[in-house]
Design a protein around this ligand. Structure first.
Ligand code: NIG
Ligand code: FE
Length: 409
């Protein structure tokens, strides 16, 4: 009789595997065998091989396991605080008004540039810990508050360092074309020249970024400028993502698709032709209900069209000081359901398998043999409950690369 060996065996657990096209991919009364940080066996407990040797066994008390959550769009590393702008918006100013008056992203740029690497890490660490406490095991972190090579590199280096310190996998994205630096006022094309000729090559050479993003918007960069940034990214072998059509329709969905972008994000004003182009290109739609909520937006992303065209929908926090001071992905699942009418299984797929795809990661986001053993355990009666609570649900345990961390289960 052959003996099956695992490093860790989880039993008495229900599984939301997220491996089917629709639904939670439920296996009730399941078991998971983990070896070398990967899922080696998964299925109903009654089908477990007979002769098992497991270095470590955990009974999960009938809790639900999901893939570790993947937050595929954040601006987590920044200094300062923009609560004052929140008050100004409540008094009638818009996000664009504040940006045009020198606040908004530029305010965070000033604070972030003034912070040392250690200060920036100290200010940002708590946000990453909060994300991890809400079940996030992989997070994307953008730069965009530095606006020159050294300062963007500082943000990206802090992002990588915090991932190591906090036990979360971090993917980094260079967002050099986020806002126009004050010293380039009226010379946006000259700044784009600098981004393309100097910043992207330097950051790519230093290996500090996994992707390149841009803010294509009336208050950001034009489609023509965005195309130049994306062409430079492509020349340096970096995949692209786009802040697309958040405030106005810039045909950002189609532009992202034209460059085979991993994702197009926000999409509140994306038209149907853009959605169709994203479907053809395999570009993921990243929905950001926190920014929609915080800006009291009323123009929802085209969820029905995304469904009809079969575009995978991810859901992320967009954690940033201006439009989405949020760290809880479970809260975003709730908001995606209530504000954008996603179903709870669509929302959870959006924070697991589709989010992984938005980062170009094929090794996580589902519970299946051969995938990384990144698992969150939830004290819920059914998986829809993770999206049901208004920010109240935190995992009882998290396993990262097969190792239990943050375990109160
Ligand atoms: O995704 N829209 C541009 N970027 C961020 C906001 C950043 C900020 O306001 O600091 C976003 O909403
Ligand atoms: Fe963003």
């Amino acid at each position: 009789m052959p003996v099956t060996t695992f490093d860790l065996l989880l039993t008495d657990v229900h599984l939301a595997t997220m491996r089917d096209a629709n639904g939670f991919g439920v296996i009730r009364d399941g078991a998971v065998g983990i070896s070398n940080g990967e899922i080696a066996w998964i299925g109903p407990a009654r089908d477990l091989p007979r002769d098992i040797r497991a270095a470590w066994r955990r009974t999960c008390g009938g809790r639900w396991a999901t893939p570790g959550l993947v937050d595929c769009h954040t601006h987590l590393v920044y200094a300062g605080n923009r609560a004052g702008e929140f008050e100004r918006r409540l008094n009638g100013a818009t996000y664009a008004d504040i940006a045009q008056a020198g606040g908004g992203i530029s305010a965070t740029v000033r604070a972030t540039r003034a912070a040392s690497e250690d200060e920036l890490a100290a200010e940002s660490r708590g946000r990453l810990v909060a994300m991890a406490e809400h079940g996030t095991t992989t997070v994307e972190i953008k730069s965009g508050y530095g606006q020159d090579v050294a300062q963007e590199a500082k943000q990206l280096a802090v992002a990588r360092r915090l991932g190591g310190e906090c036990g979360v996998d971090v993917c980094t994205t260079l967002l050099a074309a986020h806002a126009l630096p004050a010293d380039y006022a009226g010379r946006a094309d000259a700044y784009v020249d600098y981004v393309c000729a100097t910043m992207i090559p330097a950051i790519a050479k230093a290996g500090l970024a996994d992707a390149v993003d841009a803010f294509c918007e009336s208050i950001g960069f034009s489609p023509a400028q965005t195309r130049r940034v994306f062409a430079a990214a492509r020349a340096h072998g970096l995949p692209v993502k786009l802040h697309a059509d958040q405030l106005t329709d810039q045909e950002g969905g189609a532009l992202a698709a034209e460059f085979g972008a991993l994702s197009a994000d926000h999409l509140e004003h994306t038209n149907e032709a853009g959605v169709a182009a994203m479907a053809r290109a395999g570009t993921v739609a990243v929905l950001l209900p926190g920014a929609y909520y915080a800006l009291s937006d009323t123009h929802s992303p085209p969820v029905d069209a995304l469904r009809r065209h079969g575009v995978p929908m991810a859901v992320a926090t967009d954690c940033n000081p201006g439009t989405s001071p949020a760290t809880s992905l479970p809260l975003m699942l709730n908001m995606a359901c209530v504000l954008f009418r996603l179903t709870p299984d669509e929302a959870l797929a959006g924070a697991t398998k589709h989010a992984a795809r938005a980062l170009g990661l094929a090794d996580r986001g589902m519970l299946a043999a051969g995938m990384r053993a990144d698992i969150a355990l939830w004290d819920v009666a059914e998986p829809a409950e993770i999206a049901y609570w208004i920010g109240g649900v935190r995992p009882a345990g998290v396993i990262r690369r097969g190792v239990p961390a943050r375990w109160s289960a």
